[in-house]
Each structure stands twice: as structure tokens, then as C-alpha cells.
Design a protein around this ligand. Structure first.
Ligand code: BES
Ligand code: MN
Ligand code: MN
Length: 451
């Protein structure tokens, strides 16, 4: 029985303890929990045998750092993860409480189980296993774990930009993505970027009786609807001038590989999404639409009367939460400027409309021929069996762009989530076999790189 097998129960108990801490980064009332979650993982890193383990304080939620640099001449990996989680609502849709982890059918259910405490813990336990059994690692590692990923990662971005010498590494490793299917070793080689913000629309100076003034008064909610329809047509084409100019189409080789992925569109639509029909740009395949094309989505509209019953009012103002997902080679600043210009151009008369960005992140794309990706592919294949597939993901991990831009290093996205993990939704779970195999795959990866 090896160390990983002998300690599997203890690993699970450790993860449960971490998952019990409601480290919701967006909620100010959870600030003490955020700190507890950071301290918990810093202590784990210290106990694993890493050096200089501790919190990096600054503005915002603390970063957690640790290192082991005892293999001169060998490569250095920068392990990244996030200890913050999304809010758990709607609470009544959870089968067990979000911060009381429960095991059912070989899955651990809790907010953060897969995104990203369970996956970050994989990195920690892989290193612990090697250090406890051998007293050393085959290569050098640094850990940088943040508590603001789910709110845009502003402060870690500033840290990486400001202190690149503290983070010198040859590649970053991130376990915060999904495998394409259970048992299918997967590496993610592309993530979308994002611009998230608010569209604020103002009409009259105060709410108006809709009978007395209807027919003459500007309506900000109607204006939001008109603006949205002018920005994206019924086939999902984004109509923002210049917006898609920098979009790079996937190569024929990549598209052909996507076409070979084992995929059942009907199951995806019915089971995974529960949707009647898939929509979006008809001239692009599904994988192109979710991995290699930009989007414009509305997340919520606030304004007017939404209570029970009826109230005849024309609201004075309204607000929409919007995001654009970006793909290589789009740039968040440029896309924001293009959106602002487009909003100004299509804004109906009688109202003002202003888009203000809340956070942004660049898209990322790595070449699978990179030696760090190749080594990861072979470690994944060894542990999971079969050949590793390369996919992209439509989600965003903001720091990946900073690692590329400020540290000049590629990110190896070695994720162990599954498509039905319910990220950001009720009943988030992490598949326990992936937790345990993930630990072995990361440990194996270090050995492959050390050879
Ligand atoms: N881990 C996810 C991103 C992800 C999910 C990548 C699934 C690949 C597959 C990450 O925690 C996340 O949710 N990111 C946010 C970023 C945003 C808040 C800046 C996202 O994508 O919405
Ligand atoms: Mn995540
Ligand atoms: Mn997330």
C-alpha cells in the first residue's frame, strides 16, 4: 500500500474540513471565513513540508504562498488554485447543505468541491505524498493560491505584475477545469477571456404613471431590450462593429480533433443542460460556439416593478448585467471600448445608456506541442489510461493571461472536474475517483518532468 492509498481517508477528511468554511469571496460578511480558508491551506502546505508557507497580505483577500526549491537545475512549476467559492444560492435546491460536505455515489457534494477547493487540494496532496515518502521533490515548485478568482482576481493580477521575480517558474499548473468525459484523460489548452459590467439606462427623472404618460415617456427597460437586440441578432451574431476582427479560427487539425471527441449532443442538451434546443451562430459547430467564438450574454435586468401583483409604472431607470466572453486574440480593453461605442450608437432616443466594466481578463491559448503540456499529457494518460485529448473551455481563469503576459510562462490546465459537476449551481460535486487519480496524476507529472 503506497502513501496515497494509506492516506486516502485522511485526505478526504482534510478536504471536508476545508469545504466546511464558507469562503464566498463576493460576500463582505464572509471575510473572516475567507481568512480561515486561506490559513487552513497555508497550514496544510507547511505540514506537507513546503517552505515559506504563509499568507501574502495586501488589498483584498489574502494570497497563499509556499515553495520548495531544493532541486537546482530542474524546472520550476507554479501551482495555482483558488480557495474562494461562489455563493450557494438558491439554497432550497441543494439536496444536502452546501457547506456540510456529504458523500453520495462516490461524489463529494459541497460548494467548492470541484471549483476549486477539491482540485487545489489535489496539488497540495500530490506534493505532500512525494515529500513525505522521499523527503524531496523531483523538481521545484511554488504555490500561489488566491481568494478572489470568482470575483475577477484583481489583486493577484497586480501582485503577479508587480513581483514577477518572486514567482520565477517555467510553467504554471492549474487544476480548475474539466475532463471531457469520465475516464478520458484531458488537457485544456484554451480558455475564454471576459469583460463583465453593467449597462445603466436612465429615462425620466422619476417613475411615471404608465397610463398618464405612456405613449410619451421613454422606458429604460424597453431601451435595454432594444439595445440588446441591436447588439446580437436572433442567430447569435454579435453586431458590435470590429468585435470579431481579431478572432482566430481553430486550425483544421484542432477542429478535426474536436470532431473525433466522444460526444452525444442530445445527452448534452437534455441531461446536462435540460434545454429544448441549442442556439447560437448556425455556421459554427457547437464546440466552436462554446470554445472558440466570443459571446455577449445578459445575466440579469433590474428595474421597474417585479413584485407580486400589478403596478402600472414606467420606471425612471434600469440596469442590466452583461458579459462578453472573448477568444484569442481579442483584448478586454478593446472589446470594452467597442461595446461602449456600439451602445452609444444604438441607444434609443429619450434615454441615456452607459456601460461600465467591473472586471476583465484576456483569453488564453497554449500550444499542445509545449514540452510541459506533453509531459502532462503523458502523466494523465498513464494514470487514467488511454490517450490524452486536448479540448478548450468556454470558462475563464483570469490569472492565466497574467502568467503569460508578466511571467512569460504557459499554463498547463490539468483539470479533474466533470461536465456534470454543477459548478456555480446547486449540488456542486466532485467525483472522488477523479480526486484520487488527480493526486496521482500530478505526482506522476512531477516525476516525468524530473526525469
Ligand atoms: N473554474 C472556473 C472556470 C472554468 C470552469 C474553466 C469550467 C473551465 C471549465 C472558474 O472558477 C470560474 O468560474 N471563472 C469565472 C471567472 C470570472 C468570474 C472572472 C467564469 O468563468 O465565469
Ligand atoms: Mn475555478
Ligand atoms: Mn468558478
Amino acid at each position: 500500500m503506497d502513501y496515497f492509498e494509506a492516506n486516502s481517508e485522511r485526505f478526504l477528511e482534510g478536504l471536508k474540513t476545508w469545504l466546511r468554511i464558507p469562503s464566498i469571496s463576493t460576500a463582505p460578511e464572509h471575510k473572516p471565513d475567507i481568512r480561515r480558508a486561506a490559513e487552513f491551506i497555508a497550514a496544510e502546505l507547511r505540514d506537507a513540508g513546503l517552505q515559506n508557507a504563509g499568507l501574502i497580505e495586501g488589498q483584498g483577500h489574502p494570497l497563499v504562498y509556499a515553495e520548495w526549491l531544493g532541486a537546482p537545475g530542474k524546472p520550476t512549476l507554479l501551482f495555482y488554485g483558488h480557495y474562494d467559492v461562489q455563493p450557494p444560492d438558491p439554497l432550497d435546491e441543494w439536496k444536502s447543505a452546501p457547506f456540510e460536505p456529504e458523500i453520495r455515489d462516490n461524489n463529494i457534494y459541497a460548494r467548492g468541491a470541484s471549483d476549486d477547493k477539491g482540485q487545489t487540494y489535489i496539488l497540495v496532496k500530490a506534493v505532500e505524498g512525494l515529500l513525505k515518502t522521499r523527503g524531496k521533490l523531483p523538481i521545484n515548485v511554488r504555490f500561489l493560491i488566491e481568494g478572489e478568482e470568482e470575483v475577477g482576481g484583481e489583486h493577484i493580477a497586480a501582485y503577479v505584475a508587480g513581483k514577477p521575480a518572486n514567482l520565477k517558474a517555467d510553467a504554471a499548473v492549474i487544476c480548475d477545469t474539466e475532463m471531457f468525459a469520465p475516464d478520458l484523460p484531458t488537457l485544456c489548452v484554451g480558455l475564454r477571456g471576459i469583460v463583465y459590467g453593467e449597462l445603466r439606462v436612465e429615462g425620466a427623472s422619476h417613475d411615471l404613471h404608465s397610463g398618464v404618460y405612456g405613449g410619451a415617456a421613454p422606458n429604460p427597460i424597453q431601451a435595454i431590450a432594444e439595445i440588446l437586440c441591436a447588439l446580437k441578432d436572433r442567430d447569435g451574431h454579435i453586431l458590435i462593429p470590429g468585435f470579431t476582427d481579431r478572432v482566430i479560427a481553430p486550425s483544421e487539425k484542432e477542429s478535426a480533433a474536436w470532431a473525433r471527441l466522444p460526444f452525444n449532443e442530445r445527452e448534452y442538451r437534455e441531461k446536462e443542460m435540460g434545454a429544448r434546443e441549442l442556439v447560437g451562430e448556425p455556421e459554427h459547430t457547437l464546440f466552436e460556439r462554446v470554445w472558440a467564438r466570443p459571446t455577449l450574454e445578459v445575466h440579469g435586468i433590474r428595474g421597474g416593478f417585479t413584485g407580486e401583483g400589478a403596478k402600472t409604472v414606467i420606471p425612471a431607470r434600469a440596469l442590466a448585467k452583461l458579459s462578453m466572453r472573448l477568444v484569442a486574440d481579442q483584448r478586454p480593453e478593446e472589446a470594452t471600448a467597442q461595446l461602449k461605442a456600439a451602445v452609444a450608437r444604438v441607444c434609443p432616443r429619450g434615454v441615456t445608456a452607459e456601460f461600465e466594466s467591473i472586471h476583465g481578463a484576456a483569453p488564453s491559448l497554449v500550444n499542445p506541442d509545449n514540452p510541459f503540456i506533453r509531459a502532462a499529457a503523458s502523466a494523465m494518460a498513464e494514470v487514467f489510461g488511454g490517450e490524452t485529448v486536448y479540448i478548450r473551455s468556454g470558462g475563464s481563469i483570469p490569472i492565466v493571461g497574467s502568467f503569460d503576459q508578466h511571467l512569460g510562462i504557459p499554463s498547463v490546465l490539468m483539470g479533474f472536474g466533470l461536465p456534470d459537476d454543477n459548478l456555480h449551481a446547486p449540488n456542486e460535486k466532485f467525483h472522488l475517483p477523479n480526486f484520487y487519480r488527480g493526486i496521482r496524476a500530478v505526482a506522476r507529472y512531477l516525476d516525468v518532468l524530473g526525469e
